[in-house]
Design a protein around this ligand. Sequence first.
Ligand SMILES: O=C(O)CCC(=O)C(=O)O
Length: 221
Amino acid sequence: MTSVFLKDEKYYLRSLGEDPRKEIADLRKQFPLLADDIQIPEYFEKEQFFSTVFRISSAGMQLWTHYDVMDNFLIQVTGKKKVVLYSPRDAPYLYLSGTKSEVLDVDEPDLKKYPLFVKARRYECQLNAGDVLFIPALWFHNVTSEEFGVGVNVFWKHLPSNCYDKTDTYGNKDLAAASRAVQILDRALKTLEELPEEYRDFYGRRMVLRIQEKTYSTNYE
Ligand SMILES: O=C(O)CCC(=O)C(=O)O
């Protein structure tokens, strides 16, 4: 058989709903003939189910470091994958842009550009066929396929349904209250711009302290 791919070309399939803006990926709907081949571990209630995403990747394919807002089982069906994980508490060292890290090469990062990255503690594992990795919500993950592989991941809502953004079909939009809080913070920052620099600095620092006092959990170093 002749390959339709060029020598160094990489490919990746991430299944979506019929209308990705409205529908979630669900193997039972989009791939009914394959759905029974996957046994989803009985770990959450049926009502908490969110999506089952089919993923096919070529050797060498690397998916950027990102977080999702739901708990997730990453099930490796065939092939091998390397997964590098970072705790949510290491977010300050990951140079985030939305839900993704700007540091693309996590093995040989550009430390001139991303000096704080060295502080992020790396956890690494390899997934072989038949392995299932639990990726908790907000844990950053970077996935490299070491050979051609097929996988499925299962997202479920571990929080009450109304916490999630209703327009989220991927499982990666920030929680509704988090997005609202960020909008309010942006407005507060705009308001601080009305102050002379010295005052802006003073009130900015006081606000940071207040945020720390009110939001950091006690065991969060
Ligand atoms: O296995 C992959 O290709 C990506 C997995 C992933 O990003 C996820 O499970 O959220």
